[in-house]
Design a protein around this ligand. Structure first.
Ligand code: GTP
Ligand code: MG
Length: 197
């Protein structure tokens, strides 16, 4: 799929404020600073569609973007950001859970994991939660440009082994680098298929 247009639609702090649900939607989630906003920019082939930052905690709201006037991308705030207070972490959890449970047009949630680190308990907990809710998910390894090929292969094997401890089947897995544009075609292809096109 070629991306002919991408535009910012709206920022929401509650699922009920999100745009109408008449178009397919794909959400991007993961620990703070993992590269969600950068990945969305890579998909759009644009530099500043979603705001990125080297300081964790940049994205604080649910941000909707419309691609090819046909489908939505939701950029979600990152979890596991250490310097956030317990109360706002709880608020964050509630906001995202409510969004994920109630968003009827959600086709798939992409869970981003930094390829340089083993999946953290918070990543695994979140993946398990999605599974328990029977919400479709895919895993995206980010920042693979920072790894040697052999270390990347180890990292992939490690994640797959960990997921297979609690899952009978592996979810789709994408290897990406927003710097090198790795994985762009694969993710767009997956999205096209998920929409049944
Ligand atoms: P929050 O909104 O704070 O949760 O972060 P985020 O997950 O949206 O991350 P963001 O896209 O803002 O990127 C965080 C930092 O990682 C930025 O400094 C990016 O330039 C960098 N980064 C993101 N993706 C990549 C990548 O593929 N390779 C490299 N080398 N750096 C990346
Ligand atoms: Mg962000």
């Amino acid at each position: 799929m070629d991306i002919r247009s991408s535009e910012f639609v709206t920022s929401s702090t509650h699922w009920e404020q999100c745009p109408e649900t008449h178009k397919p939607e794909f959400a991007f989630i993961g620990r703070s600073n993992v590269g969600k906003s950068s990945l969305i920019n890579m998909l759009a082939s644009r530099k500043n569609l979603a705001k990125t930052s080297s300081t964790p905690g940049k994205t604080q709201t649910i941000n909707h973007f419309l691609f090819n006037k046909q489908w939505y991308v939701a950029d979600l705030p990152g979890y596991g950001y250490a310097s956030v207070s317990k109360t706002s972490r709880y608020e964050w959890g509630k906001m995202i859970e409510q969004y994920l449970i109630n968003r009827t047009n959600l086709y798939c949630t992409f869970v981003l994991i930094d390829a340089r680190l083993p999946p953290q308990p918070i990543d695994l907990d979140f993946i398990t939660w999605l599974g328990n809710q029977q919400l479709p998910l895919a895993i995206v390894l980010t920042k693979t440009d920072k790894l040697k090929q052999t270390d990347l292969a180890k990292s992939i094997a490690h994640i797959e082994a960990q997921l297979l401890q609690s899952w009978a089947e592996l979810p789709p897995l994408f290897i990406t680098s927003s710097v090198k544009k790795t994985g762009q075609k694969e993710i767009l292809h997956f999205i096209t298929h998920a929409m049944g096109k």
